[in-house]
Design a protein. Structure first.
Length: 325
């Protein structure tokens, strides 16, 4: 049993099951396929950005700018297409443009962190403010509701639908499949490639990794490159699901995504982090948030309950805390 408790994924899965059961006792409608679809949709954006955040964290860094990067990438891309009457641009090129912008912005972070040896937290906090300020000051502050056709079509593409007991139709969005595919690919990269092993090695001990012959700078470069591409994709997902381009829409919610990564095993002295753990962390926080809203719990209580769940999860994951029980 102790061996299982030391497994981050198992711990978070148990917390999810207990939390869902408690919510289900209070409101039986919560244990339904309709609610599963609702939580899944609510998890799409945070799950995408959590993947980028996880990659940076397990490499030994921290990124507070990923939401700002995604917002800038999405808004600049959509605004350019709208201003130049290019609404028929294929979806592939929309994603490609957002990914390129995201990569450029994250590589700015990489330059200051890797080449100038500045603290990642300070750098990414600064770049978050810089990117948000640039967007609001020079690009635009208005909501764009005339979206490219490809994004509008993607917004209403569903895999399945179900009706709740109250007659409300809930849809399982197609983006869920794309996000799941991204997680599978990332799992393969991290666990079955030399690049993935290098990331874990740098996160565990950068000095030892360097002595082992790992190119630290190149590995970090690729980490921020991939994180930027994912952030760009996440920005397009956000614009698609909202059916509008909203400047700096997500900025300020970074800590919840970081919390999901930490819950999944990305925190603590011996934590390695994992794709499955990150996915479970996102599901847990989305489960809490969505169901508290359904139960009409005030927002300040939602934050308090979320904080308590995070603390409980971290305490249970701590091998030191378990040994003292």
């Amino acid at each position: 049993m102790k061996r299982l408790l030391k497994n981050n994924e198992f711990t978070v899965a148990i917390i999810i099951a207990i939390t869902w059961l408690i919510f289900g006792i209070v409101n039986p409608d919560i244990i339904s396929l309709a609610n599963v679809y609702s939580i899944t949709r609510a998890s799409i954006i945070s799950a995408t950005f959590a993947l980028a955040c996880m990659l940076v964290i397990i490499s030994g860094g921290i990124d507070m700018s990923f939401f700002a990067v995604g917002c800038v990438a999405m808004y600049v891309t959509v605004k350019h297409l709208v201003d130049n009457a290019m609404l028929d641009t294929p979806l592939f090129f929309i994603f490609a443009a957002a990914m390129i912008i995201g990569i450029i912005l994250e590589l700015i972070n990489w330059f200051f962190i890797d080449k100038l040896n500045l603290p990642p937290f300070i750098v990414t906090i600064g770049s978050q403010s810089l990117y948000k300020g640039f967007l609001l000051a020079f690009v635009g502050t208005t909501y764009i509701t005339t979206m490219p056709k490809g994004m509008r079509k993607l917004a209403i593409t569903y895999v399945s639908s179900t009706t709740s007991s109250s007659g409300i139709v809930y849809n399982l969005h197609f983006l869920v499949i794309i996000v799941a595919a991204m997680y599978i690919v990332m799992h393969i990269v991290l666990n079955f490639t030399r690049f993935g092993r290098n990331i874990y090695a740098i996160g565990a001990d950068v000095t030892a990794a360097q002595r082992a012959g790992i190119n630290i700078s190149r590995t970090r470069f690729l980490v921020f490159l991939i994180a930027g591409a994912i952030a760009g994709v996440g920005g397009v997902f956000q614009g698609t699901l909202n059916r509008a381009a909203v400047p700096a829409d997500l900025v300020g919610q970074e800590l919840l995504v970081i919390a999901a990564v930490v819950l999944g095993g990305g925190g603590g002295k011996q934590a390695r982090g994992s794709v499955l753990g990150t996915a479970l962390g996102v599901i847990l926080l989305s489960l809490i948030s969505n169901n508290l809203i359904l139960m009409k719990v005030p927002s300040y209580w939602q934050q308090a309950v979320t904080g308590i769940i995070i603390l409980i999860g971290l305490i249970i994951q701590s091998t030191e805390a378990i040994s003292k029980l």
